[in-house]
Design a protein around this ligand. Structure first.
Ligand code: GLA
Length: 523
């Protein structure tokens, strides 16, 4: 009798299954051998003389070629070499929550002003966000004066930024944070402020002098045709300043809707991140639209995302403020007790709430479950985590979602692989993302089970890891990320996993490969 070192204590159940698992392993090796055998049957295209046969060949083996092209694309992606954004950037960006609110007389606490950004910086450093990894405080549109100064330099609106941008940047840096700003490649910003088209070099230099660490360069009022060159030029000017500046390019968000396929290889050499698609709003339908676009286009775009260069589905729209969160929770409890669904009532209630509280932003918010879901799938997508929420009034339950360290770890995983939608069952989407650690040649995975159902109760879904293309022969240890008190479970790859997913909610799991040396073998 010999026993191998045991690092992990195996349950009696698992040991009882070991004979069965040995059988399973044999079955899998037959499965793999067959797969290889089939692969060898494939003829090379140039062996087929007849063009019709060649056509049929390509159609039949389309999937294989898609994978091949993707692998070639990964091998050929050259990243922008400024050493920045090696994991998806994390920070706070004003737009979704504060838009272009410039009336500081009526809305002194919410208008786009130095006070707003200082207040957010204070919260970032005092309320745990910086510690959780959020480091950039980024101004969006509507900060500038309508005219450039006598030297053609951008200048901030004097009434709203009386201390000037350098001063604000110093303040943000003094909090241990980094500072970001917004400009536009075209003649005007989307909200009508001065654009950079004729001033790219001057603006790059101005931003560097102001201590900018992150630039979002939007693309309103611009010729889409000249964007590839123009965004490249701005990247060059930023590099020439010698200041490390994360460069966020909105170029694809203006090309994709026009049916132009952006040159993502070039973008990855020029920009640290790029908005691919539509603006996000604080509404679930909008989040799902963006996810729909990302999943439909994943084979084309996912491989271009990686350390230093990221696809960006836009901000994290968790934006319920404290009072609103209380109202929602109250209604949740009423629903639970009475078995009703007050969501229609909620829309008008939220509308009234915002009108009475002067938040005229059309910002109706995501529910608690939807906020968890957005955070989970943004983590799986390796998306930049740019919060757009009033950090002064956020309900702690939403703050906890934003600061959940296990979800952030998935997003910030050093491999930087963008996850994909791999399976849809019963109107529920399952997304996976390879993450560390690798064990005996297999990646770990994050698994996001996202319900698109509207039938009002937690739906019980089952799936196997094999269905998600997780093939580690010794199985995986599964953990529920949003329920850290639940016990990790050992699961064989063809064993059914059951989860209950709330409507427009998520179950987020990690699956770590079990190590062969941790399995005790008795001979
Ligand atoms: C565009 C961008 C948004 C925001 C606004 C500002 O719509 O996509 O993210 O920057 O402009 O005007």
């Amino acid at each position: 009798m010999a026993s191998f070192p045991v690092k992990r204590t195996l349950s009696a159940d698992y040991k009882a299954q070991s004979a069965e698992s040995a059988f399973e392993r044999a079955r899998l090796s037959v499965f793999k051998a067959n797969t290889f055998k089939n692969a060898r049957v494939l003829k090379l295209p140039w062996q087929l003389q007849n063009p019709e046969k060649r056509e049929v060949y390509f159609t039949k083996n389309r999937k294989m070629f898609e994978i091949l092209w993707t692998l070639l694309a990964i091998a050929s992606v050259k990243a922008l070499d400024n050493g920045l954004a090696l994991t998806p950037p994390m920070g706070w960006l004003a737009w979704q929550r504060f838009r272009c609110l410039t009336d500081c007389i009526t809305y002194p606490d919410e208008c786009i002003s130095e006070n707003l950004f200082k207040a957010m910086a204070d919260r970032m450093s005092s309320d745990g966000y910086l510690e959780a990894g959020y480091e950039y405080v980024i101004i969006d549109d509507c900060w500038a004066s309508k005219e450039r100064d006598n030297d053609s330099r951008l200048q901030p609106d004097p009434a709203r930024f009386p201390g000037g941008i350098k001063n604000l940047s110093d303040y943000i840096h003094s909090k241990g944070l980094k500072f970001g700003i917004y400009a536009d490649y075209g003649t005007h910003t989307c909200a009508g402020y001065p654009g950079s088209i004729d001033y790219l070099k001057i603006d790059a230099q101005t931003f560097a002098e102001w201590g900018v660490d992150y630039l979002k360069l939007d693309g309103c009022y611009a010729d889409v045709e000249t964007m590839p060159e123009g965004y490249g030029e701005m990247g060059q000017y930023l590099n020439e300043t010698g200041r490390p500046i994360v460069y966020s390019c909105s170029q694809p968000a203006y090309q994709e809707p026009k049916g132009i396929n952006p040159n993502y290889t070039k973008l990855a050499e020029t920009c640290n991140l790029w908005r691919n698609w539509d603006d996000i709003d604080d509404a679930w339908s909008n989040v799902t639209n963006i996810l729909g676009w990302f999943s439909s286009n994943q084979d084309r775009i996912a491989s271009f995302s990686g350390p230093g260069h990221w696809n960006d589905p836009d901000m994290v729209g968790i934006s319920a403020n404290a009072e609103c969160g209380h109202i929602r929770r109250l209604l949740d409890s009423v629903d639970r007790i009475t078995g009703t669904n007050s969501s229609t009532m909620r829309v008008s209630l939220d509308e009234d709430y915002y009108i009475h509280d002067s938040l005229l932003l059309g910002n109706f918010g995501l529910s608690y479950e939807q906020s968890k879901a957005q955070m989970a799938i943004w983590a799986i997508l390796a998306a930049p985590l740019l919060m757009s929420v009033d950090l002064r009034t956020i309900d702690p339950i939403f703050r906890d979602i934003l600061q959940n360290k296990d979800v952030i770890a998935i997003n910030q995983d050093p491999m930087g692989v963008q996850g994909r939608l791999v399976l849809t069952k019963s109107t529920i989407d399952i997304w996976t993302k390879p993450i560390t650690p690798h064990i005996e040649g297999s990646d770990s995975y994050a698994i996001g089970v996202l319900s698109n159902r509207v039938d009002g109760y937690p739906y019980r879904l089952n799936f196997t890891l094999l269905e998600l293309n997780l093939t580690h022969i010794y199985g995986y240890t599964i953990k529920d990320v949003y329920d850290p008190s639940s016990e990790p479970r050992d699961v064989d790859i063809d064993q059914l996993i059951f989860v209950r997913v709330k409507p427009s909610g998520v179950v987020l799991l990690t699956a770590t490969p079990n190590s062969a040396i941790n399995v005790s073998l008795i001979i």
